[in-house]
Design a protein around this ligand. Structure first.
Ligand SMILES: [Zn+2]
Ligand SMILES: [Zn+2]
Length: 132
């Protein structure tokens, strides 16, 4: 069975995901934009039985912004590894995977809230590494 690993920037929080989980959900709502300071948040929806903490499950701080919206970060490095969960699933930030997913983005959510700059200009350039 496929096993994927993930971690925060400092490595204090580490997890494993068993089996296939499908592609990435990207939420562009105003809360996700603010809480990441970016274009949104990229999430893997993982059935609870396929997710487990390897280290640092309790090495976290959770900000309860609203009754329906919380964000959990590593308390050392601040990496958002939400791992918020509901009855069935754990919601894992896709950028914390340490290995390839082998899947692409499956859906963009709250596109009406998308920042107006969240698109490529016609002359946008791409670099394989930082070039500045
Ligand atoms: Zn960390
Ligand atoms: Zn959102």
């Amino acid at each position: 069975m496929t096993k994927r690993t993930g971690s925060c920037l400092c490595g204090a929080r580490r997890y494993e995901i068993d089996g296939e989980i499908g592609g990435v959900w990207v939420c562009h709502c105003s809360l996700c934009r603010k809480v990441t300071g970016s274009s949104g948040i990229s999430i893997l929806i993982v059935p609870k039985g396929q997710f487990r903490w390897v280290a640092g499950e309790d090495h976290a701080v959770t900000f309860a912004l609203r009754s329906t919206y919380t964000i959990t970060r590593c308390k050392t490095c601040g990496t958002p590894i939400p791992a918020e969960m509901d009855e069935h699933n754990v919601y894992v930030t896709a950028g914390t995977l340490d290995v390839p997913l082998g899947e692409g983005i499956r859906a963009h959510l709250f596109c009406a809230s998308r920042a107006d700059w969240d698109r490529d200009d016609p002359d946008a350039r791409s670099f394989d590494e930082r070039s500045v």
